[in-house]
Design a protein. Structure first.
Length: 62
């Protein structure tokens, strides 16, 4: 199995100009939100590790 992810690009040429522009703008915003979500998930994990490090052994899951 290859280590690459297949990327498909949408053909905006099949749409009217207004719809194509709307979709392109929404796509940019959605990708930005996705990136922020991933960054926030990483931050949450880092914070949880910091909290866990402060607790005595055995108290993390209680």
């Amino acid at each position: 199995m290859p280590d690459t992810i297949a990327r498909h690009s949408f053909d905006y040429r099949t749409l009217d100009t207004e719809t194509a522009q709307f979709l392109q703008k929404q796509t940019v915003e959605i990708k930005g939100l996705y990136r922020q979500t991933i960054e926030n998930i990483i931050r949450v994990g880092q914070k949880l590790l910091e909290v866990k490090a402060r607790l005595p052994h055995g108290q993390w899951l209680s």
